[in-house]
Ligand binder design. Structure first.
Ligand SMILES: NC(=O)c1ccc[n+]([C@@H]2O[C@H](COP(=O)([O-])OP(=O)(O)OC[C@H]3O[C@@H](n4cnc5c(N)ncnc54)[C@H](O)[C@@H]3O)[C@@H](O)[C@H]2O)c1
Ligand SMILES: [Zn+2]
Length: 539
C-alpha cells in the first residue's frame, strides 16, 4: 500500500488548495514542496531556480520530495516542473499514488492572471505540451479541475485512491443495501484505527467504546491511546462478560450511560470484544437516538470470522437466543489479530468452530486448509492464523453481501445452529457458543446422513476436523433431549411452526429442508448423546 498521494500538474491547477482538502478528508499530513523549499532555504523558489540553475534546484526538490514521501499518510503538492527531472519521476512513480490535476492551458492562464497582475509567461501553452507526456505517464488518476469545485475534485481524488487500493490490497468488503463497508483483518490493524475511521466517514463526533469486563482491561488502553493520539474523544463502558449479559437489562445500562453523558446523532459506538459485545453494542447503536454509526473491533476468533460481519445485532430473551434485534451494518470492521494473544485456549477453540462451519457450507479449500493447519492455528501461529481468519471472514462477507436479510443463501450460515442454540441454552450457557455449534453441526450432519444425503465418509471428515480442534461432537451426558427438542421449536428460525434445517449433501454443498420429522431428530440426538460412564459404572 502506497499511502501517499502526490498531486502533479501545471501551476494554477489548484494543487495546494485541493491537496489540503484531500489531506483533511483522509486525516493525513499535507506537504507543499515549494513551500517546504522556501522554509528550508529562506528564499523564493523562482529566485533559487535562477540563482542555482535548474539542475541544482531539481536536486533540492528531490531532497524535499524524498523527505515528504518518507512518512505514510501524506499528501504532497509538487511543483509543476518537478516531472521534468527523471529522478524525481522515478521517486514519484515508486512511492506515491499520482494524481494529475488537469485543466486547459487557457483556463490556467486566466487563473494565474487573476492571482497576480503579472501575466503568466507566454510559453505556458508550450510548457503544457512539453510536460503533458510526463504527467500522462506518471498519473494513476486524472481529474479535470476546471469543471468542478475544489471539494468535488478532492472527493474525486479520495475516491480514485480508494479504488486503487482495493485493486492493490486485499481489503475485504461487504456490500449490502444497508451499507457498504471494509473489513481490515491483520496483525497491527488497530494502529490504523483513526485513519480508518476517517475513511469510513466516522470523522467528527465523539466515540463511545463498549467492551466487557474481561476485554476492556486487556485491550482498552491500546484503543484509547491510539484514538487520543489522533485527538479523538473516547469514553468507555464495560458490560459483564459472557452470554448471560446479552440481555435487555444490559442494553438499558448502556442506554443510561450514553444518554446521561449526552450522546449525539453524529457520534459513533465502537464495539471492542467478542460476539456478545458486538451483538449488544450493535443493537444499542441501531436503536439509541434512532440509530448512530457503529464500528466493530472484534477481539476473538468467533467475532473476527463471523459475528462482526453482516449486521445482525441483538440480545437474548428468556424464551430463546437472539429473539430481539435489528439489522444494523457497521461502518467498518477492524480486526487486529495481535489481540488474540490473550485469548483463553477454550475461547480460541470455540471460535474456530464457525470457521469450520464456513468450510462445510461452501468452501472446500478452507475446510482442507483448516485440517492441514489445525495445530498451528491452535498455537496462534502467524501468518497462517491471519490468512485463514481472513479466508473464513471473506466467505461470510460474500454470503451476506448477496443476502443482507436472510432471504436466500444467508440461511446456510445457520448450519449447526438449530440444535446448537438449543444445546447452548439448555447447558445454561456453560457450553461456549462455538462448542454448541460444533455439536449442532454433528447433529445436522448425522440427520443428513440418516436421510442418505451426506455420505458416511464426509460425516467422518467433519467429525475428524472438529475433533482435531478439540471441539465436542456429542450431546453432553445427562442433557435432557426433550428439552432440547422443545427449544428447537421455539427458535426464531421456525417459519409457520416448521423448523428450517440446513443440511449438508457433501462438504461445500448444502440444502434447506423444513420437513424433517421430529422423531428422527429425537433418535439422532439420542444416538449422539455421550454415555455417562460414571453412572453406568455404578449401576
Ligand atoms: N451477529 C452474528 O451474526 C453472530 C454470529 C455468530 C455468533 N453470534 C453471537 O456471538 C455470541 C458468542 O460470541 P463469543 O463466543 O465471542 O462470546 P463473548 O463475546 O462472550 O466472548 C467469549 C469470551 O471471550 C472473552 N474474550 C474476547 N476476546 C478476548 C481476548 N482478546 N482476550 C481475552 N478474552 C477475550 C470475552 O470476554 C468472553 O468472556 C453469541 O451470543 C452468538 O449468538 C452472533
Ligand atoms: Zn454462530
Amino acid at each position: 500500500m502506497k499511502q501517499r498521494i502526490a498531486l502533479i500538474g501545471l501551476s494554477g491547477s489548484g494543487k495546494t488548495t485541493v491537496g489540503k482538502l484531500v489531506a483533511d478528508k483522509l486525516g493525513w499530513r499535507f506537504v507543499d514542496t515549494d513551500h517546504e523549499i522556501e522554509q528550508q532555504t529562506g528564499h523564493a523558489t523562482q529566485q533559487l531556480f535562477v540563482e542555482w540553475g535548474e539542475s541544482a534546484f531539481r536536486a533540492k526538490e528531490r531532497e524535499v520530495l524524498g523527505q515528504a514521501l518518507h512518512a505514510p499518510n501524506t499528501v504532497v503538492a509538487t511543483d509543476g516542473g518537478m516531472v521534468e527531472d527523471a529522478a524525481n519521476r522515478d521517486l514519484l512513480g515508486s512511492s506515491a499514488f499520482n494524481v494529475w490535476l488537469h485543466a486547459p492551458a487557457a483556463v490556467l492562464v486566466e487563473r494565474l492572471r487573476a492571482l497576480s497582475d503579472q501575466a503568466p509567461p507566454a510559453r505556458f501553452t508550450h510548457l503544457q505540451q512539453r510536460r503533458a507526456p510526463f504527467y500522462t505517464a506518471l498519473a494513476d488518476w486524472m481529474v479535470a479541475t476546471h469543471v468542478r469545485t475544489p471539494h468535488e475534485v478532492a472527493d474525486d481524488i479520495v475516491d480514485g485512491y480508494r479504488r486503487s487500493q482495493q485493486k492493490h490490497d486485499d481489503t475485504l468488503r461487504v456490500t449490502t443495501p444497508g451499507g457498504s463497508y471494509p473489513i481490515y483483518l491483520n496483525a497491527g490493524a488497530l494502529d490504523e484505527l483513526p485513519q480508518r475511521l476517517q475513511e469510513a466517514g466516522v470523522g467528527g463526533g465523539r466515540l463511545w467504546l463498549i467492551s466487557d469486563e474481561q476485554v476492556l482491561p486487556l485491550h482498552g488502553e491500546r484503543v484509547r491511546n491510539t484514538l487520543k493520539n489522533a485527538e479523538r474523544t473516547v469514553q468507555s463502558f464495560a458490560i459483564g462478560a459472557g452470554e448471560g449479559h446479552k440481555t435487555l437489562q444490559t442494553v438499558e445500562q448502556v442506554y443510561d450511560w450514553l444518554l446521561r453523558n449526552g450522546v449525539e446523532r453524529g457520534d459513533a459506538v465502537l464495539a471492542l470484544g467478542g460476539g456478545v459485545v458486538g451483538d449488544l453494542a450493535g443493537f444499542v447503536a441501531a436503536t439509541v437516538l434512532r440509530g448512530i454509526a457503529f464500528v466493530q473491533l472484534p477481539t476473538n476468533v468467533l467475532s473476527m470470522v463471523d459475528s462482526a460481519i453482516g449486521g445482525k445485532t441483538g440480545v437474548d430473551h428468556a424464551v430463546g437466543k437472539n429473539l430481539i434485534g435489528a439489522f444494523w451494518q457497521p461502518r467498518l470492521v477492524l480486526s487486529d489479530t495481535t489481540l488474540l494473544q490473550t485469548l483463553p485456549p477454550r475461547e480460541r477453540v470455540a471460535g474456530w468452530a464457525e470457521a469450520i462451519k464456513h468450510g462445510v457450507i461452501g468452501d472446500k479449500e478452507l475446510f482442507a486448509a483448516l485440517g492441514q493447519h489445525s495445530k498451528a492455528l491452535l498455537n496462534g501461529e502467524e501468518p497462517v492464523t491471519s490468512d485463514l481468519l481472513r479466508r473464513a471472514a471473506a466467505f461470510k462477507a460474500r454470503i451476506v453481501s448477496g443476502d443482507e436479510r436472510e432471504q436466500g443463501e444467508r440461511i446456510l450460515l445457520n448450519y449447526g445452529h438449530t440444535v446448537g442454540h438449543a444445546i447452548e441454552a439448555e447447558s445454561n450457557y456453560t457450553l461456549r457458543h462455538g462448542e454448541a455449534v460444533a455439536i449442532g453441526m454433528m447433529a445436522a450432519g448425522t440427520l443428513a446422513n440418516a436421510f442418505g444425503l451426506f455420505p458416511d465418509s464426509e460425516l467422518a471428515e467433519q467429525r475428524a476436523l472438529l475433533q482435531a480442534f478439540g471441539l465436542p461432537t456429542c450431546v453432553p451426558a445427562g442433557m435432557n433431549i426433550q428439552n432440547i427438542l422443545q427449544r428447537i421449536t421455539s427458535d426464531k428460525k421456525t417459519r409457520n411452526a416448521r423448523v428450517r434445517w440446513v443440511l449438508p449433501r457433501g462438504i461445500g454443498k448444502m440444502i434447506v429442508r423444513d420437513n424433517v420429522p421430529h422423531n428422527v431428530v429425537e433418535v439422532v440426538l439420542s444416538e449422539l448423546q455421550e454415555q455417562d460412564h460414571s453412572v453406568t459404572a455404578r449401576s
